[in-house]
Write a protein that binds this ligand. Structure first.
Ligand SMILES: [Zn+2]
Length: 522
């Protein structure tokens, strides 16, 4: 058994262009827990308030399988461990497991930490022992283990032995600079395991393009845990990509992870959507192009016998074969997702074709439904005739006024005219931005007829410009997350105009909530 340790929320967020709000972090953690990873490193509580807020919230929730893990450093030099505020914050995070990173490389110990090699060993041992005494499962990340081993194997082994002797549950060898090659990793990992007399974990980076290969090499040498990030996010060129490493381990190497990989593609897309980064179409296993066959000869061969041009069955990782000449792709994913929401379809039912056509149409316009489940559910209800709009739009209007000079100000105002069951309602409101003003005006117009929406508010708003690639003007995609204080749900809107895209996502979010509230009170 090999365990999967996800650090998307810590190492992953150190990547350029990757940023998650606290709410995003909770959604990512929930998704990872659902998926079945064994550890979720939530962040570094001593490093920023967003991470501390995450751990406060995480401590209140129950997690299905994953252990939420806080990350930090060994105590500072020449200081008692109980006096180190950074270590205290690790305990305050109230997680079942804690990972601490410590120095292995003498160069770093004496130059960066400016402590003696002996003091460094004491820093490792004290911190591990202290966290163990407080009932935590302790993982010890040996930073720069491989670079250090090259120069001073004896001292490198001493550091991890110090962690183990102090009670660490697992020592994790880190290939921090990402430049080592698999053969070396395998050899050194084998030596470390022999020295400790127990398996270790492996944490690799992808600077040489072999982050995944290095993790696999360590597993061959007997490692029992892989640390990495979803989609390979991380500093510089990124961490070991768990989305690639997991199927390699479970499908190719026959190592049981206890994880159902048929939701792998969905997970990969979800994490990208929340980080607001475009998917890599060439991502191994899960990319759009991973099982796309274009050339006529390949298409013909693959249709006769899939393994002629496919290394695995795409359905094992939730992906699918796309034959670019046909227009039938996307079917199984859409149906699996809809059935997951509780919809049931008879085999070959005509409404299935209608739903697929609508999904295809919206996706070709730039919609993405992986992180916008509420819009997806609304789409299905509309196609099934199960949706009755709670209002008809007559018109809306929003303005942004910016006055210069010393008494300058900015204000946004919106008006909304709607028809609720034959009654015209006309409201106006102001907000911080045009979308905020529209949202307020629309909810004001609806609240008398639908008092339930009083508690609803916007929790998050994300905009992405999508390059249409067709030479026409770029489109805007808006992803809105709404909340009623308990549940959260997300909706998507696409348009050439940011206000219009936002309006679509807003209306979907409100309609979804009204329909859900009506179903609950019925
Ligand atoms: Zn790292």
């Amino acid at each position: 058994m090999v365990t999967i340790y996800d650090t998307t929320l810590r190492d992953g967020t150190q990547g350029t262009g990757i940023s998650y709000s606290t709410l995003d972090k909770l959604r990512v953690a929930e998704k990872l827990d659902d998926f079945g990873v064994h550890y979720i490193e939530g962040g570094w509580p001593g490093s920023n308030p967003k991470d501390a807020a995450f751990f406060d919230e995480a401590a209140k929730r129950t997690w299905k399988k994953a252990k939420i893990t806080a990350f930090g450093m060994t105590r500072r030099g020449k200081m008692k461990v109980e006096d180190d505020p950074q270590v205290k914050m690790l305990l305050d995070a109230k997680t079942p497991a804690v990972t601490i990173v410590g120095k292995t490389w003498p160069l770093h110990v004496t130059e960066v930490f400016q402590v003696t090699l002996e003091e460094n060993l004491a820093m490792i041992a004290d911190t591990v022992a202290y966290l163990k005494k407080h009932g935590r499962e302790v993982l010890y990340d040996a930073e720069h283990f491989f670079d250090s081993f090259r120069e001073d194997p004896e001292y490198s082994l001493k550091t991890i032995k110090a962690a183990q002797d102090a009670g660490a549950d697992l020592v994790v060898l880190c290939e921090t600079n990402g430049g080592a090659l698999p053969e070396f990793i395998e050899d050194v990992t084998r030596k470390a395991i022999a020295h400790l007399g127990r398996p270790v974990g492996i944490h690799t980076h992808n600077d040489g393009g072999v982050g995944v290969a290095n993790a696999l090499a360590a597993i061959r040498a007997g490692a029992c845990q892989v640390q990495g990030t979803i989609n390979g996010y991380g500093e510089r060129v990124g961490n070991c990509n768990l989305v690639t490493v997991m199927p390699n381990l479970q499908i190719k190497m026959g190592i049981d992870l206890g994880i159902d990989l048929t939701r792998l593609r969905e997970l990969s897309y979800f994490i990208d959507e929340l980080a607001n980064v475009p998917h890599d179409i060439r991502a191994p296993y899960v990319g759009l192009a991973a099982f796309t066959h274009k050339g006529g000869l390949h298409v013909h061969a693959v249709q006769k016998l899939a393994r002629t041009y496919e290394h695995v069955d795409p359905s094992l990782v939730g992906n699918e074969r796309i034959i670019t000449i046909s227009d039938m792709s996307g079917q199984s994913n859409v149906l699996i997702k809809a059935e997951g929401m509780g919809f049931k379809f008879a085999k070959g039912a005509p409404e299935v074709q209608k739903i697929l056509a609508e999904v295809k149409r919206l996706e070709s316009e730039g919609c993405e439904f992986e992180a916008a489940e509420a819009s997806f559910e609304m789409l299905i209800r509309k196609q099934l005739g199960q949706f009755k709009p709670s209002f008809e739009l007559i018109e809306y209007h929003s303005t942004h006024r910016h006055r210069g000079g010393v008494n300058g100000f900015e204000t946004c105002e919106a008006t909304v005219k709607i028809d609720i069951g034959g009654q015209h309602v006309y409201t106006v409101d102001e907000g911080d931005g045009p979308v905020n003003a529209l949202d307020k005006a629309l909810r004001k117009a609806l609240v008398t007829a639908y008092p339930a929406i009083e508690v609803m508010r916007l929790a998050d708003y994300k905009v992405r410009i999508i390059d249409s690639g067709s030479g026409t003007a770029a489109k805007t995609r808006v992803l809105i997350t709404s909340t009623d204080g308990n549940a959260t749900w997300s909706t998507v809107g696409v348009s050439y105009n940011i206000i219009d895209a936002s309006w679509k996502a807003l209306v979907d979010g409100i309609e979804y909530f009204i329909a859900k509230s009506a179903a609950e009170t019925a």
